[in-house]
Ligand binder design. Structure first.
Ligand code: GLV
Ligand code: MN
Ligand code: MN
Length: 438
């Protein structure tokens, strides 16, 4: 079959951003569907049974389906202007790992079922909520709230889901499916610089730092840019922009390793000679201590209140999603370390479906070196040798999970628990050093 490099080449032109380098692969879009259909075709070519579940998650069974399954996969959607590997590397590696397990005859001896999975709308770029598919599966988002989410065109998730072939009545927590997952392993391109400083191509995830998204909406009085004196304006752009300008200082004053980002704004109605009637921005805040995230938010929210009052506009703040800091299952990580003894443990500033699943099933992550350290941008990279090293690591982990290899040494769970905090190698770097915070 194809190796991971040629699998990725098959989709390298799908969803290319026509406005410049990078990709536009929004969740539940025609592009994501095209990528999903590619995955379905590749799975079918390998003789795997496939299904799309009630939440739009695609499953390909490498063995007959069953309980206590080992599941591996990632996502195929991207952020606006995203890179080539964030998501697809994990999906292509899952297919390539299957090929290796099949050709070595290992699958015939597997003691547990194996499935490959693709999660929709991981980035939350369309409906605002990150990891929408895995949140629905686990009940981390209420189905009713999810169905009412709107994209920027005003279409609800209920409408879009129906167009995608899903039944809105069936969307939501899927306990039987969740209970069938024995362990979930997600391979992902590293989104920071942790591995660049090592001679290792692959790391094991230790934790995902807490992160959330909030929508700030400022409402003022639309008016004429030429006839309205400066003293008579209630301009939401002035208030919102002042808040955005204050965010770096407010975050740093709360905690030096807190990160807070505004990467998306919307001005309504958006005319050069029009004083806007409304402006929104979306705020992303991350820190390993959930209380610090809350403090940063409070500081920004208070500042928004005072700038809004000064400009004579109203501000409302609503939370779109929040994921507390997740520590990956020590027992599972101990098994990963037993087959990948050289792999450092890395915390991550980036969110993943594995982080959502971890609250319900033993979950783990493998990160593959990214020589630029850049992610969520076209410069994201992964050398072909490292892509192959990632697949090798995934194969070893899957063999271990499928009961095909014995541990090479004693599996001391407490040792893993402590390394997670004191973090070997680059894992003890600050958030900036780990660079997962990108
Ligand atoms: C997803 O990659 C995120 O961390 O926002
Ligand atoms: Mn990702
Ligand atoms: Mn991402």
């Amino acid at each position: 079959m194809s190796d991971v490099v040629s699998l990725l080449r098959q989709i390298e032109d799908t969803g290319r951003d026509v406005r410049g380098p990078g990709y536009q692969r929004p969740g539940f879009s025609a592009t994501e569907r095209e990528l999903r259909d590619w995955f379905l075709a590749e799975a079918a070519r390998r003789g795997l049974d496939t299904e799309i579940d009630a939440n739009g998650i695609t499953w390909a069974w490498a063995t007959p389906p069953g309980e206590n399954a080992v599941v591996t996969g990632s996502h195929l959607d991207s952020v606006p202007g995203g890179g080539e590997f964030d998501g697809p590397l994990g999906v292509a590696s899952a297919l390539a790992a299957f090929d290796e397990l099949k050709s070595s005859g290992a699958l015939e001896r597997a003691r547990r079922p194996l499935a490959l999975a693709v999660f929709p709308e991981e980035e939350g770029s369309r409906f605002g909520v990150a990891c929408l598919g895995s949140r629905l599966l686990t009940g981390a988002i209420d189905a009713e709230r999810a169905l009412g989410l709107k994209d920027s065109a005003g279409d609800t998730f209920a409408e879009v889901a129906r167009g995608y072939g899903l039944d809105p009545e069936r969307v939501g927590r899927d306990q039987p499916r969740l209970a069938g997952i024995g362990s979930f392993i997600e391979l992902h391109v590293e989104q920071g610089i942790g591995l660049i400083r090592t001679d290792q191509a692959v790391a094991i995830g230790s934790s995902i730092i807490g992160h959330g998204r909030w929508h700030f909406s400022f409402a003022g009085q639309g008016n004429h840019a030429g006839t309205t004196p400066m003293s008579h304006r209630a301009d939401p752009v002035v208030a919102a922009s002042r808040v955005i300008g204050d965010i770096p200082t407010l975050a740093a004053a709360t905690d030096a390793s807190a990160v807070a980002t505004v990467g998306r704004t919307l001005i309504h109605p958006g005319g050069t000679n029009v004083i806007a009637s409304a402006m929104s921005f979306w705020l992303d805040i991350r820190h390993p201590d959930d209380a610090v995230v809350e403090q940063v938010l409070d500081a920004i929210r208070q500042r928004a209140g005072s700038h809004a009052a000064d400009a004579g506009v109203q501000v409302t703040v609503s939370q779109e999603s929040y994921s507390p800091t997740t520590h990956f299952t020590a027992e599972l990580n101990s098994r990963l370390t037993s087959v990948l003894p050289q792999a450092p443990l890395l915390p991550s500033g980036a969110g993943h479906d594995a982080g959502i699943l971890a609250a319900h099933v033993p979950s783990a992550m493998l990160y593959v070196r990214n020589p630029t350290g850049v992610s969520h941008a076209p410069e994201e990279a992964c050398e072909v040798d490292d892509q192959r090293a990632g697949v090798d690591a995934l194969v070893r982990v899957l063999e271990r999970e499928l009961g095909l290899t014995e541990p090479t040494g004693p599996e001391d769970d407490s040792a893993i628990g402590s390394t997670e905090d004191s973090a070997v190698g680059p894992a003890d770097d600050s958030a900036a050093g780990n660079g997962g915070v990108r």
